[in-house]
Design a protein around this ligand. Structure first.
Ligand code: CAA
Length: 282
């Protein structure tokens, strides 16, 4: 029997996770508190699969079968028992904790509850959940269907059994899981975000233009995107939120967010999603 996965949150990450799982034979339930968001996610998945058909990577019947494996429940309470829940809602601790409290009541101890958080403590998210040993981080990278890494974050109380199951399920989605401990920023954002933040300091200080900074990292270090382009891609609000988690979590000034980053977020310049960040997208 196929494994059953519930994805909560149908934004960019949730839609990518649902697609990657359905492409690898999981039976997927995709739920968002905004039904228009779920509709949009299904359209995006359909468009990505259509492109794959056009490129000859799969045939039409395979694409249809993948779509058929994604079910959209009316409400969370109507979802049947699942093996795994992956939460991919807004990156705010209060919202996540309250959702996990609800998930802990809806699903018994046999369901593993994973968060796609990019920096919030898994141990804190697990706190209101009965059987917190089943709570874990499953940090996918954007764009999910393309990126191979899943950072598997073991909270203080996460059991070995939970870690092993999630590692196996990530591999079934053809991802490479890497197990890390629950420290601020885990590994990915502890390293990536200070690099992006430093690029913003360099821009702020007039060391070079934004294009020059991106070119140095693209051509000099073979990164697929320069750090300022990547910051726009991730979202400047997300970058700032992660820097604040590092700054507070380590109480170390080396993680202080660049004032230019804060200034841009204050002005609503959030990168691609708002149409303008370091670059214009309109
Ligand atoms: N969804 C699905 N597929 C996508 C996609 C998307 N949003 N964007 C691009 N792709 C696919 C394309 O269809 C294409 O596939 P094929 O090779 O099969 O044709 C492939 O990706 C390459 O796309 P492009 O040729 O259009 O563009 P590219 O070569 O510049 O690649 C990229 C695009 C994959 C996004 C690449 O620029 C890249 O790897 N950038 C860095 C991404 C990165 O660092 N992500 C991590 C961000 S950090 C994060 O997610 C975690 C966090 O906590 C903040």
């Amino acid at each position: 029997m196929s494994l059953r996965l519930l994805v909560v949150g149908a934004g960019q990450m949730g839609s990518g996770i649902a697609q990657s799982a359905a492409q690898h034979d999981f039976e997927v339930f995709l739920w968002d508190s905004l039904s228009q968001q779920t509709e949009k996610a299904l359209q995006q998945i359909r468009a990505r699969l259509d492109r794959a058909v056009q490129k000859g990577e799969m045939d039409r019947s395979q694409a249809d079968a993948i779509m058929d494996r994604i079910d959209v429940p009316h409400d969370l309470g109507s979802v049947p028992t699942v093996d795994l829940v992956v939460e991919a809602i807004i990156e705010q601790e209060k919202e996540k904790v309250s959702l996990f409290e609800q998930l802990g009541r809806l699903f018994d101890a046999s369901t593993i509850l994973a968060s796609n958080t990019s920096s919030i403590s898994i141990s804190r998210i697990a706190r209101p959940v009965p059987h917190p040993e089943r709570v874990i981080g499953m940090h996918f990278m954007n764009p999910v269907p393309v990126m191979r890494l899943v950072e598997v974050v073991a909270g203080t109380l996460t059991s070995q059994d939970t870690v092993q199951k999630v590692v196996k399920w990530a591999e079934m989605m053809e991802k490479t899981p890497v197990v890390v401990q629950d420290y601020p920023g885990f590994v990915s954002n502890r390293i990536l975000m200070p690099m992006i933040n430093e690029a913003i300091f360099a821009l702020q200080e007039g060391v070079a233009s934004k294009e020059a900074i991106d070119t140095v990292m693209k051509l000099g270090m073979n990164h697929p995107m320069g750090p300022l382009t990547l910051a726009d891609f991730i979202g400047l609000d997300t970058c700032l939120a992660i820097m604040e988690v590092l700054y507070e979590g380590f109480a170390d000034s080396k993680y202080r967010p660049a004032p230019l980053l804060r200034k841009m977020v204050d002005a609503g310049l959030l990168g691609r999603k708002s149409g303008r960040g370091f670059y214009d997208y309109e």
